[in-house]
Ligand binder design. Sequence first.
Ligand code: ATR
Length: 271
Amino acid sequence: MSSIYKLGVIGSPIDHSLSPKIHKIFANDLGLQISYEAIEVKENEFKTAITNLFDQGFMGLNATLPLKEAAYGLADNLSKEAQNCGSVNTLWKEKDTLCADSTDGRGLVKDLESKGIDIGDKNILLLGAGGSAKAVIPSLLKSKPKTLTIANRTPEKAINLANKFTSGQCEVNAAAIDARLNSEPSLIINTTSAGTLKQAIELPENLFSDKVFVYDLSYSFQMTPFNKIAKEAGVKNYCDGLGMLIEQAALSFEIWTSHIPSTDIKREDLL
Ligand code: ATR
């Protein structure tokens, strides 16, 4: 008898989540039966909601904004990656133990690799020092870039992150977002929420060159505001975060079902 995997994503707001579509495409390709619901859960009701959903037979949950850090705090058993990130996006139960992992960073790295980007020879500039930045830094560092520089509107947060993630293998620095950079980055990753919040973003004046690859973690049907700025500044190679969204979902799907889905999904099937 084949079982139905009962899965879902929790967060707020949740109605525009693409996760149900992505997971259903994975399941169809693999011939698996799943249900995958998007469930509105606010931060103050998070603990009860998780307990109730697993009691109702959910086998796996994704946690998205603003619950990733609360989910981290609730989990009994955290993967190594989740411990480094301080947030999680994937939850499941093993007997009575609530287990959690963070697949965002690995999803980003997989997507960069699938686009032919060799992180190992990159000087990375990461814009932003919030939850999204923290979630991807450990995976980026694991791929051993030449340098990683974090620039943030609030400089202290960039300095704190740089100190937290300083490792023997890779130079991790903080830079001011409104000053000239000391060196030219070869990969720029935008993790700020400026675009989503429809706010202007202040940037270093010498940020872009025509050789740089720009990766915006946010995604949209039309070009993201950040990629528009990059293109207007002469950048030729840029992409948004839809590929990362699919890759992180695939890693969650594999954790829950032990099946590896194809991540070859067309943009127009999602957006
Ligand atoms: P997320 O979980 O999406 O990362 P977050 O933790 O609130 O959200 O972090 C948002 C990040 O975007 C922060 O680094 C924030 O900068 P501050 O630390 O100075 O708040 C950055 N950010 C948000 N709006 C921005 C803007 N208009 N310009 C530049 N950076 C912005």
